[in-house]
Design a binder for this molecule. Structure first.
Ligand SMILES: *Cc1c(COP(=O)(O)O)cnc(C)c1O
Length: 426
């Protein structure tokens, strides 16, 4: 980890050119690497030497961006993958196998709910959902000897609830399992979950990290904090891996055991690798991430305050609003802002929500969120369509619910757009 301040790390971390090498991160567009002799390659295959074998597993362009991301979160290592979905799949599957289970917040991203409830069920992994209303004792009661991790989102997409990271870290740790936090909406600029007790952090880098809606990507970052050996519940990390000539990850890789295993075993086998050009574009996004996320957060708070004053608006949800039930948690975990995403409901239910969306001009209807351009979405009819009514209710998404992703345009134009659109549903 470098000693620089966060905004300096966004620019300087990761890529360190030598004498007369390119100043900006090169795109190593090569699947393949060259070795001086056969033995050098053999050492790599036994994980006894450092270097690149094949770009499905690692690549120098990705490695520089991984180092930056790990530095930004304060971790010991990172693994880029092809999407946020791939990041959460590998983060969970790395330490949870058939016959085992995990505990997850019930208001997380709909795509993650599908992954955990449907696809991971087919792999023999069971998910047990918790709600923030449950007491610690009620959560404790869901653990058994096969529970392997706890999962939540710093700012849930799109419920915008704030996850009480230190509370759930304490619960996970008293059951000797790690806490995985999807930190996509917050980004490490607004919240660094490792500082609050999380052990593993994931991101969809497709959102604020890229920030321009250009490239899909995901990352898994290892905090290096969880003691796999003392826990005793993770033989996959603490006993020999026969697919690597008996390497024991905790012995050979110490604090980076988890992320090393995820790379050399799961990225090798699933092949959900990020392309070098995507890593290059992601790095450009990261260079301006701090500036952008600060501006997104300032604009969003102004938009949320404006919406609260509008007669057509039933409710506004933004964690930094004094009226938000998450205000206190937001002050603790998100002191510098709560990202650009605001949700609100309009009077008149689904029909009014649709009319409003159709009336917006600057804010355009897209599936994506969290990029430089203001955009809007109706989750109940789109991203969350596959969820059951109960899952929708758990996620806090009614028919009047609008997800508004505030961009970094001049906020006066964003508010003027909302004003003219709200006038049309009167
Ligand atoms: C978008 C998103 C994902 C999935 O990421 P992709 O890059 O779209 O695969 C996962 N978690 C959260 C919180 C997200 O917002």
């Amino acid at each position: 980890m470098s000693d620089y301040q966060f905004e300096t790390k966004c620019i300087q971390s990761g890529y360190h050119p030598g004498n007369s090498e390119p100043r900006t991160l090169p795109i190593y567009q090569s699947t393949t690497y060259k070795y001086d002799d056969a033995d050098a390659l053999g050492q790599l295959f036994d994980l006894k030497a450092e270097g690149h074998m094949y770009s499905r597993i690692s690549n120098p362009t990705l490695a520089a961006v991984e180092e930056k991301l790990s530095d930004l979160e304060g971790g010991v290592g990172a693994m880029l993958v092809s999407s946020g979905q791939a990041a959460n799949l590998l983060a969970v599957f790395n330490i949870c196998s058939a016959g085992q289970n995990l505990i997850a917040m019930n208001n997380i991203y709909g795509g993650t709910i599908n992954l955990l409830s449907v696809t991971m069920a087919r792999m023999g992994i069971e998910v047990r959902y918790i709600s923030e209303k449950m007491t610690d004792e009620e959560v404790d009661a869901l653990f058994d000897e096969n529970t392997r991790l706890v999962f939540g989102e710093t700012i849930a997409n799109p419920a915008l609830t704030v996850f009480d990271i230190s509370r759930y870290a304490a619960i996970a740790h008293r059951h000797q399992v790690p806490l995985i936090v999807d930190n996509t909406f917050a980004t490490p600029f607004l919240c660094r979950p490792f500082e609050h007790g999380a052990d593993i952090v994931t991101h969809s880098t497709s959102k604020y990290m890229d920030g321009h809606a250009n490239v899909l990507g995901g990352v898994v970052i290892d905090g290096g904090t969880f003691d796999w050996e003392t826990s005793g519940k993770f033989p996959e990390l603490t006993t020999p891996d026969e697919s690597y000539h008996g390497v024991v990850y905790t012995k050979q890789f110490g604090r980076a055991a988890y992320v090393t295993k995820a790379r050399v075993q799961l990225l090798r086998d699933f092949g959900c690798t990020m392309a070098p050009i995507s890593a290059y574009l992601l790095n450009l996004g990261l260079e301006s991430m701090a500036l952008r996320v600060r501006k997104h957060s300032e604009n969003a708070l102004e938009v949320a305050k404006f919406l609260e004053t509008q007669p057509q608006v039933l409710w506004v949800n933004y964690p930094k609003l004094p009226s938000s039930p998450y205000h206190e948690l937001a002050e603790k975990y998100l002191p510098d802002g709560a990202s650009g995403v605001v949700s609100f409901g309009v009077k008149g239910g689904r029909a009014a929500a649709m009319k409003l969306m159709n009336s917006l001009r600057l804010a355009q209807i897209v599936v994506h969120v969290a990029d430089a351009r203001t955009c809007v979405l109706h989750p109940a009819s789109t991203t969350h369509r596959q969820l059951t009514d109960q899952q929708l209710a758990d996620s806090g998404i009614g028919p009047e619910f609008i997800r508004f992703s505030v961009g970094i345009e001049d906020v006066r134009d964003i508010i003027a757009d909302l004003k003219q659109a709200l006038a049309q549903i009167d």
